[in-house]
Every structure is written in C-alpha cells, then in structure tokens.
Design a protein around this ligand. Structure first.
Ligand code: UYC
Length: 230
C-alpha cells in the first residue's frame, strides 16, 4: 500500500531520535510530497539549535535535485542550519557544504585548512599548528567547526566527541588511539587510505589531527575552554 504521508508527520515531530531518523529516510524516498514534509519540519525547528536530526533532514534537501528544495534552502537556509559564527572573518560555508554532502574526507582537509586560518597567516604558510596557536584560537570559531561536524555526523564526529572519549579514558593516549581507530596494535592508521571516511567509523574517528609532531597540539585542542563554554 502507498505510504500515507500524513501518518509520518506526527512521529517525525514527536518520535524518538531513532524514529525521526527512520522517518526522514522514508520521506526522502517519497518524492516532492516527502520533501515538503521535511521543509515544514526544518522551518518549525528553526529557532532551536540544530541537532543531528535536523542535519539529516537538511542533507536530504541539500542532495535533492528538486527545484522546490533548492529554492527553499536558498531562501531559508542559505548558509545551512548551523550558524557560521566567526570572530576572525573566516568563511565556514565550504566546510558546511562538504559536510552536508557527507564528503567527510574533503571536509577533513578543509578543517585542517580552517584551523590554520584560525591560527593566522604564519600557520597558513606552515600548514600545521603550534600548540600555543591552538590555545589562543577563538572559542566561537572552534565551536562553529565542531557544531558543523556534530550536526552532520549523527553526533559521531567532532572535537567535543574526541574530548569526551579522551576524558573518559583518563587522558590515556595509548588507550585513546585504538578507541578512535587511529592505531591498531603497534601500527598507526595510515593517512589517508586506512582511515574510514563514512559513518561506519568509530565514534571520534574524525576530524583527524596529524600526530607526526607529537600530541601537544591535540592535547591543547581537547583542553580548550571552547568545550566547557558550550
Ligand atoms: N596520520 O598516522 N602523516 C598526515 C594522521 C602520524 C605522516 C595528514 C593521523 C604518525 C606523514 C593527516 C594518524 C605518523 C605525513 C594525518 C596518522 C605520521 C602525514 C595530512 C594516526 C608516522 C606527510 C595533513 C595518529 C608513524 C605530511 C598534514 C608531513 C600526513 C593524520 C606520518 C591529516 C590522525 C605518528 C609523514 N597525517 N603521522 O598534517 O607532515 O600534513 O610530512 O600521526
């Protein structure tokens, strides 16, 4: 029997996160009428901070070829559903777009670039960070980058997720690496091919942070005041 679209509206709004997620994928298969319900859903939730459920709904519309979906996003969410706040005049829209497409590998590259931009022109030239630069990075900007990752990864990826796991392991790096899939036994996961660039990855797998020069930069990032000001 054809799915009754109206019977999906109520659980989309009031269901558990798992139910909401399932209904969003159902609606994605139901053509323009399904897209309409997703647009209505996003509008209704517009005044609240975006969650990863909003991220799912947004991604369906963003990937759709339907002209109504394109027009809707252009008029209501031209920069996505996460406010792209920056204290340093940095444009996070390219990161937003790659994450909306679930292109996690390209998003990871851009994240490294944006982290350098955030640290200033010398870091942009150098292409890697000093821990002192990370310590002095804007909390607002770090939160923007983190929120983009969280909202577009079912809450699985982001610095705050990595921080939470790291703290839960008593800041023990050797236990942390295998937990986030960066090391197996004595072997570091090799960049880029051995990393998992989709949501089947372990929690906290992305974004990457190169450990070639030691853990100090990553330690500063995971200890940044941005994560306790949220
Ligand atoms: N790489 O192994 N990594 C690179 C990771 C290490 C290495 C970039 C992460 C261990 C070299 C990213 C892990 C190691 C380069 C990452 C990892 C190593 C490179 C691109 C698991 C050798 C070439 C951005 C912890 C044993 C560039 C960038 C260079 C690149 C990420 C080697 C994102 C998470 C200790 C030789 N690795 N990296 O930073 O700098 O260049 O020479 O972490």
């Amino acid at each position: 029997p054809p799915t009754d679209i109206d019977s999906l509206r109520q659980p989309l709004i009031a269901g558990s996160i798992q139910v909401q997620q399932q209904i969003i994928s159902q609606l994605a298969q139901l053509g323009n009428e399904g897209l309409e319900v997703l647009m209505e859903f996003l509008l209704k939730r517009r005044d609240n901070p975006a969650t990863w459920v909003d991220g799912k709904a947004y991604q369906v519309l963003y990937k759709s070829d339907a002209p109504q979906a394109k027009e809707f996003l252009l008029s209501w969410f031209p920069e996505g559903i996460v406010p792209l706040k920056s204290e340093c005049g940095i444009n996070y829209n390219p990161l937003q777009q790659l994450l909306a497409l679930q292109d996690f590998q390209a998003a990871d590259r851009i994240t490294i670039e944006k982290m350098c931009e955030l640290s200033g022109p010398t870091a942009v030239q150098r292409k890697w960070l000093y821990f002192t630069e990370v310590e002095n990075s804007s909390a607002v900007d770090l939160q923007t980058i983190n929120n983009l990752w969280l909202v577009h990864s079912e809450g699985k990826f982001g610095f705050s997720v990595q921080r939470e796991i790291w703290l839960s392991l008593g800041k023990n790096w050797e236990n942390f690496w295998p937990k986030i899939g960066w090391k197996q036994g004595n072997n570091w996961t090799r960049y880029p091919h051995e990393f998992t660039w989709d949501l089947s990855a372990p929690r906290g797998h992305l974004p990457l942070s190169n450990q070639l020069r030691g853990v100090r930069v990553f330690a500063s990032l995971l200890s940044h005041p941005a994560w306790t000001q949220l």
